[in-house]
Ligand binder design. Structure first.
Ligand code: AMP
Ligand code: ZN
Length: 458
């Protein structure tokens, strides 16, 4: 029998057994990237961690019984400014950035919609974009105004925080503390300093849409409303799991909860809230000014995506993670060893020693420790596959690394043939010359009982 899944819930500050609202349909939402520029390696953390959870849920509940929505924020100040500076539309900018993002995360072993969706069936993985959900945002905003939870002021629509008696239940911050934080620069049209923007007027040149609530001027949505709209559209008024980075708890997730619950009159927006810890680089906060800002693409220039994925999963998702060269080197050595054990063997049964810790709030460190102990190729491969690792056969991987190293395979084969001929003629000097030429190309040859094999130095 499959183990019970337990998850740590930010809403209750407790680990509890996971029970989906609809036992035959698990629904999960994760806040995805703001696509204005190449994503950094910190952004890869929620992508990888919640991909692992998606894989685990699919295993536990069956692939047809899990729906995952991970949104794309494709309108915000940074996007608008950059598109304007380049003289292109925000759609042109975000289409390009999103394509690059997809290319990068695919190499991190992240499942993509096209990997899991089945023609003619309910989609299992959707990647909704904010600008495709303006109508849903407007419906929620108008619902909130009608219910007395939002008001129009100076061309804006604002959420009326004091109208929600239990506002703040997710972040559990005292009201006065939140107010003090918000009071730094309070717009004059806000009734309470905590009130937040649902809709605002667009400045000249900014993208705009017809405004809700009879406002004459066109405008654009605030940030938080997009996730209430997209989760509603794709998962329903209430759903099972809502995930994102720990920085999003307040105000983003708190405000999503306020919008969705007050619009739909529900007790919860999502039952379980998961938050990943932050990533820092070599012991320091990652930032452009410190010069230690690393994009996913930077990492992939030096390392196979699988190495980066394993390096990310070694730390429990809720802990802070220190991204180091040492961690990547270690992950690389581990994968070398595992590929050596697995060879071209097919996956066997997922070992309990991997499934159980993963089902315990994604205890990846224990699951990986079990993989280290395994010496049966089939179990090792099955356990690793569940974590999105050891996805290739040894042969395919060697082929891949040969291509990656830029080695001309037909040239290598010709040289090996020449070396074989030289050895057959007992021309050792010629044979050594050929071997040296191969070594200079980064190719090592080995003569074994089954003939000559060659590999590219890692
Ligand atoms: P953003 O594009 O900044 O909205 O972030 C997209 C996702 O990445 C959100 O879930 C953030 O919480 C998460 N995130 C951003 N920076 C980091 C970091 N340094 N470490 C871990 N997660 C991060
Ligand atoms: Zn969100």
């Amino acid at each position: 029998m499959a183990p019970m899944l337990r998850l740590y819930n930010t809403l209750t500050r407790q680990k509890a057994v996971f029970a989906p609202i609809d036992p035959s349909h698990v629904r999960m939402y994760a806040c995805g990237p703001t696509v204005y520029d190449a994503a950094h390696i910190g952004n890869a953390r929620p992508i990888i961690v919640f991909d692992l959870l998606f894989r685990l849920l699919r295993h536990l509940y069956g692939p047809a019984h899990v729906t995952y929505a991970r949104n794309v924020t494709d309108v915000d100040d940074k996007i608008n400014a950059r598109a304007a500076a380049r003289g292109i539309t925000i759609r042109e900018l975000t289409d390009g950035t999103l394509a690059g993002f997809h290319h990068d995360i695919r190499r991190l072993g992240v499942l993509m919609p096209e990997d899991v969706n089945v023609a003619g069936a309910r989609p299992r993985f959707v990647e909704p974009r904010a600008t495709d959900h303006i109508a849903e945002m407007i419906a929620i905003i108008e619902g909130l105004v009608a219910a007395g939870h939002a008001y129009v002021a100076a061309g804006h629509v604002l959420f009326d925080v004091p109208s929600m008696p239990d506002y703040g239940g997710l972040s559990k911050r005292p009201l006065d503390e939140m107010e003090a934080g918000a009071r730094v620069e309070v717009a004059p049209y806000k009734r309470s300093p905590l009130d937040f923007v649902l809709w605002k007027p667009s400045k000249p040149g900014e993208p705009s849409w017809p405004s809700p609530c009879g406002l004459a001027e066109p405008g654009r949505p605030g940030w938080h409303i997009e996730c209430s709209a997209m989760s509603w559209k794709h998962l329903g008024q209430t759903f099972d799991i809502h995930a994102g980075g720990i920085d999003l708890i307040f105000p983003h997730h708190e405000n999503e909860v306020a919008q969705s619950r007050c619009c739909f009159s529900t007790d919860v927006m999502a039952n379980v809230w998961l938050h990943n810890g932050f990533l820092q680089v070599e012991g320091e906060k990652m930032s452009k000014s410190l010069g230690n800002f690393i994009t996913i693409r930077d990492v992939l220039k030096d390392w196979p995506g699988e190495v980066a994925r394993l390096a990310m999963l070694k730390t429990h998702y809720r802990q802070p993670i220190d991204w180091t060269l040492r961690g990547l080197e270690e992950a690389s050595r581990t994968l070398e060893r595992w590929y050596g054990i697995v060879g071209d063997a097919p996956a066997g049964t997922i070992p309990a020693g991997v499934l159980e810790p993963l089902s315990d709030d994604l205890n990846t460190a224990s699951a990986l420790a079990e993989l280290h102990r395994l010496d049966d190729p089939g179990s090792l491969k099955a356990g690793a596959n569940l974590m999105g690792l050891l996805g290739e056969t040894r042969s395919a991987r060697e082929e891949g690394s040969i291509r990656a190293a830029g080695v001309d395979v037909s040239r290598v084969e010709a040289l090996i043939e020449a070396r074989r001929a030289a050895r057959a003629a007992k021309d050792w000097a010629a044979s050594d010359r050929v071997r040296d030429e191969l070594l200079a190309m980064g190719v090592a040859v080995k003569d074994g009982k089954d003939g000559t094999t060659w590999s590219v130095a890692p």
